[in-house]
Write a protein that binds this ligand. Structure first.
Ligand SMILES: Nc1ncnc2c1ncn2[C@@H]1O[C@H](COP(=O)(O)OP(=O)(O)OP(=O)(O)O)[C@@H](O)[C@H]1O
Length: 470
């Protein structure tokens, strides 16, 4: 860590005062005072860019945090201090004062006495975790709106305040947007060991490849952090310090490649409605991420594309739901046929997988035989079982195959089946944010709706007799 001589002497004087006080020889204590006003009381911690102290503001008689850093360029320090001080938002740490002297500078910050977001999130339920992250995201968004990029967002750089709200800290790496224009390399030069290691785990691929951080990089880091908080693991795997120490450049490129190749880890533990929104925020190309933090937060709050889709394509969903309920209603009751034994979870899963497979087979058989009713029923049955099992990805391939095979058919019943197939594909595509599949499904739906007028809004469940359900 780079430490100026004066900063060092502040630290030493502070240490001496602490030792004298604990030894009961207070008369020798010379208070360490910054700007003739902020008396340092305790050391909170040290980062790669400075030391943070708990201090007493003698003028306003309150506790504050004071961050002391080396002074590189007085003009930059002055500009940055002003900019940070001007950023007033409940989810961004308040800067009460800033200044510079000789070879050090300081920021006087609102004191956040709660735990970091990482410490706090360990034993919380997912909904509460998301709520706090949304607050932190609001803070980032506010900074972005003023042209500030954080460049080091992670759960350790967010603390809870006395009211329990998340507040983003440590704009230590933040630089004004203007000065980031162009190809300025990411400043990971020295001090690459542990601190950078922690940071590397949240860096977007373009930053790993040496580009300066932008708002989209902050978005990436935010999504990785939230994903990690919800699933318990970094979506792109852990970063091993020894790899960075051996060949730093290579490790960075390898990590960038791993991100670009996907797939992400722990997705089964992320609530489904958040998965697609976070995945997009972690897209390898900055241009494929959400346009702004605000848009990402909106998606996370609204429940992501599935809910929006449900509104837009309510009729299609209603069609599937109505059909499924009818199927359930006409299915044999336990008294009429072999009673269904109570299954434990594993048996249930295995049976579900079997049922999905059977439905797939039935759909393909029906397709071969040109029996639209059978295909229709198999699609409905398959999608309901697959959705309950979280196996839609397997089933959607069959739905797409069926829909595209029947696309050109003039039979009204085939058109109905094709529509259902495309709707299933569309639902899935929007949920996993697959643009190509979504476009294909939209085109399929439009194609089916064009020639012979609008299709029936809620296709009836045809040709399924009681007892026929497998
Ligand atoms: N306003 C504040 N109130 C309370 N604690 C703070 C405040 N600002 C920073 N801290 C804490 O002080 C410690 C040092 O913070 P600092 O920002 O210097 O570095 P860091 O975030 O730990 O590391 P790095 O900057 O290298 O990523 C951290 O534990 C941080 O949570």
């Amino acid at each position: 860590m780079k430490m100026s001589m004066l900063e060092l002497s502040i630290s030493l004087a502070f240490e001496r005062a602490r030792i004298y006080r604990s030894a009961g020889i207070d008369q020798f204590v010379r208070e360490v005072c910054i700007a003739d006003r902020f008396v340092l009381r305790d050391r909170i911690g040290e980062g790669s860019f400075g030391t943070v102290f708990l201090a007493h503001d003698t003028e306003l008689d309150r506790e504050v945090a004071v961050k002391v850093m080396p002074l590189d360029d007085p003009e930059v320090a002055e500009r940055e201090g002003k900019m940070l001080a001007a950023l007033e938002h409940p989810n961004v740490v308040r800067i009460y004062d800033h200044g510079a002297r000789d070879d050090y500078r300081w920021l006087v910050l609102e004191l956040l006495d709660g735990p970091t977001l990482r410490q706090w999130a360990m034993d919380q339920d997912p909904a509460t975790v998301v709520a706090r992250y949304l607050e932190a995201g609001e803070g980032l968004d506010a900074a972005h709106r003023r042209g500030l990029v954080h460049r080091d967002f992670k759960a350790d750089n967010v603390r809870l305040n006395h009211a329990g709200s998340a507040v983003v800290l440590d704009f230590g790496l933040a630089r004004h947007g203007e000065s980031l224009a162009g190809d300025e390399p990411s400043s990971l030069g020295d001090g690459r060991s542990t601190v950078v290691c922690g940071t590397v785990a949240y860096l977007a691929p373009e930053c790993l490849r040496g580009r300066a951080g932008t708002e989209r990089g902050d978005q990436f880091a935010f999504c990785v952090s939230l994903w990690e908080a919800l699933s318990g693991e970094n979506p792109f795997g852990p970063v091993r310090p020894e790899e960075l120490d051996t060949d730093f450049e290579r490790a960075m490129v390898q990590r960038a490649r791993a991100i670009e190749a996907g797939p992400v880890r722990g997705s089964e533990r992320i609530p489904r409605r958040l998965r697609a929104a976070l995945r997009r925020g972690m897209a390898a190309l900055p241009g494929d991420r959400w346009p702004t933090m605000a848009r990402l937060l909106e998606e996370l709050r609204e429940g992501g594309p599935l809910r929006r889709h449900a509104r837009t394509y309510g009729a299609a969903l209603a069609c599937v739901t109505v059909t499924v309920s009818l199927l359930v209603a006409i299915a044999p009751s336990p008294g009429e046929s072999t009673p269904t034994p109570v299954r434990d979870a594993a048996q249930g899963r295995a049976a579900g997988a079997l049922e999905t497979e059977e439905a797939m087979r039935a759909a393909l058989d029906g397709l071969d035989r040109g029996d639209d009713d059978v295909v229709y029923q198999a699609l409905v049955r398959g999608v309901s079982v697959a959705a309950a099992e979280g196996r839609e990805a397997e089933f959607v391939g069959v739905a797409v195959h069926v829909a595209s095979s029947l696309e050109a058919s003039a039979r009204p019943s085939a058109r109905e089946v094709a529509l259902l197939g495309w709707h299933i594909a569309l639902l899935f595509a929007q949920e996993v944010d697959d643009g190509a599949l979504e476009a294909r499904a939209q085109a399929g739906i439009e194609g089916q709706m064009r020639p012979g007028g609008a299709p029936r809004p809620a296709p009836r469940p045809v040709g399924l007799a009681a007892g026929e359900r497998r």
